[in-house]
Design a binder for this molecule. Structure first.
Ligand code: ZN
Length: 471
């Protein structure tokens, strides 16, 4: 089976055929940089990171563009509140975004353009729209005339009448139709502005993605992605602008990820009712967050669940411990051949609209198989199976570090969280050994229990006492 993708435009699963064989051009809407990214952003970022990685895994040369919206009402308002320049505020949150992206282990996009670097392109596209009769200027503002584009509403499957009835439309005498949207906004005091044929002002939000996507990927291009909340009006408007401005089709496959739902009590606990990526990563491993997100199909809503994340944390530890055990037994995994049967199953599931929950079922089955072979000391059969396991987990971005290093870092960060050092633990183990030697069981058990209370478990074996962190 070849890769199939649910295309929001048709509402159906369609075989994926790129415009140029072997190449995929993909654009995903990025963030507006005025605040910390939250867990909903993390879902979109991880969804398209896995799609990006899987396309490369299939051998496609994937050109991936993700933008920054760095001029917007929210940025301007926030900057004014803080008494700083909007550019400074935007730059601060671009830096924050890069920190989050690195922590989440996102593969870098090919291009990461900023809206303010493409104002000339936006002015050119708006001018073309005015010239072709799809847009009109009113007192320094320019609006797109939705009635000039009969296809408007195709992506969200809604007619203009339905949209107008559903929206709380403000009466605006300057607009020809209530759904007409701003391409250019006349400059106001205290706001950033650029010169244009319609006077000083700044672009509306939607026009930037029409310009940046086709600037780097051409028109049409293969895949356009984003969160479900962007289908209307943002993506609907992008299509209208791009197709009317050039007379050419815009994007061929539309991919949208579902929401993250927060239980009510969780929402009230965190500042601003929203859980930031940073807050989540203070308590959970980023790989566990990724794994947890992948247990639900990207199109479905997902509930943020502490239990789910804790469980994912255990699974991640098992993945790395298994890889580490295999390494100790038969050496590190080179780019050796993988057992074909399980790999075919994995591909079959991922080819079916990136069905990560079912692909993970294949991964977990392989994890059990590899552990069985390890228990039995079956070294010959082990190599192909663990290579397969590694290839699958790499395709999902679940294994980005050598297992030993990952486990070591995990131990260190776990200890830091418990406020304990390895030296202290070792000293307590020695004290316990001394107590055991003189048969002071009360003292020995007391030390063991004290460590357990702190989250450190002791295991007595033939080669002495080892310790591990409780989950
Ligand atoms: Zn966009």
């Amino acid at each position: 089976m070849a890769l199939c993708i649910t295309n929001t435009m048709s509402g159906k699963k369609e075989p994926f055929v790129p415009l140029t064989p072997g190449t995929v051009n993909m654009y995903v809407c990025g963030v507006t940089v005025y605040d910390q990214c939250h867990i909903g952003h993390a879902r979109a970022l991880l969804t398209f990171d896995v799609i990006h990685r899987y396309l490369r895994f299939l051998g496609f040369d994937c050109r991936f563009v993700r933008n920054f919206t760095d001029v917007d009402d929210k940025i301007i308002n926030r900057a004014n509140e803080e008494g700083i320049a909007p550019e400074a505020l935007a730059q601060r949150y671009i830096n924050e975004f890069h920190r989050d992206a690195a922590a989440l282990g996102l593969a870098e996009p090919t291009v990461e353009p900023r809206a303010t670097e493409h104002i000339d392109g936006m002015i050119a596209l708006i001018a073309a729209l005015v010239e072709r009769g799809h847009a009109y200027a009113v007192a320094g503002d320019v609006y797109f005339a939705v009635e000039s584009f009969p296809e408007y509403g195709r992506l969200s499957s809604r007619s203009l009448d339905e949209m107008t009835a559903g929206a709380r439309v403000e009466v605006d005498d300057r607009k020809r139709h209530p759904m007409d949207f701003a391409l250019w906004k006349a400059g106001r005091e205290g706001e950033p502005f650029w010169d244009s044929p319609w006077g000083r002002g700044r672009p509306g939000w939607h026009i930037e993605c029409s310009v940046m996507s086709t600037r780097y990927l051409g028109q049409p291009f293969d895949i356009h992605g984003g969160g479900q909340d962007l289908v209307f009006p943002h993506h609907e408007n992008e299509i209208a602008q791009s197709e009317c401005g050039t007379g050419k089709p815009f994007a061929r496959y539309w991919i949208h990820n579902g929401f993250v739902q927060l239980a009510k009590e969780k929402m009230s606990k965190s500042v601003g009712n929203i859980l930031s990526i940073k807050e989540v990563l203070e308590r959970f491993d980023p790989v566990a967050l990724r794994l947890y997100m992948l247990t639900t199909h990207y199109r479905n809503p997902i509930e943020f669940s502490e239990e789910g994340l804790t469980e994912a944390q255990r699974t991640v530890a098992r993945l790395y411990e298994t890889a580490s055990r295999a390494e100790r037994l038969i050496g590190p995994s080179p780019d050796g051949a993988a057992e074909s049967g399980p790999m075919d199953d994995f591909r079959g599931e991922m080819d079916d609209d990136f069905n990560t929950p079912r692909a993970l079922a294949v991964v977990f089955e392989e994890l059990r198989a590899v552990n069985r072979l390890l228990d039995e000391g079956h070294t010959r059969a082990l190599d192909g199976r663990r290579n397969g396991l590694r290839a699958m987990t790499e395709a999902l971005g679940l294994m980005q570090a050598p297992p030993e290093r990952f486990l070591e870092e995990r131990r260190r960060s776990g200890l830091a969280r418990l406020d304990l050092s390895e030296d202290e633990i070792r000293r307590m183990i020695e004290e316990r050994n001394a107590a055991r030697r003189v048969k002071d069981w009360g003292q020995a058990d007391g030390i063991r229990d004290a460590l357990k209370e702190k989250g450190v478990l002791l295991r007595d074996g033939p080669s002495g006492t080892t310790w591990e962190l409780a989950e």
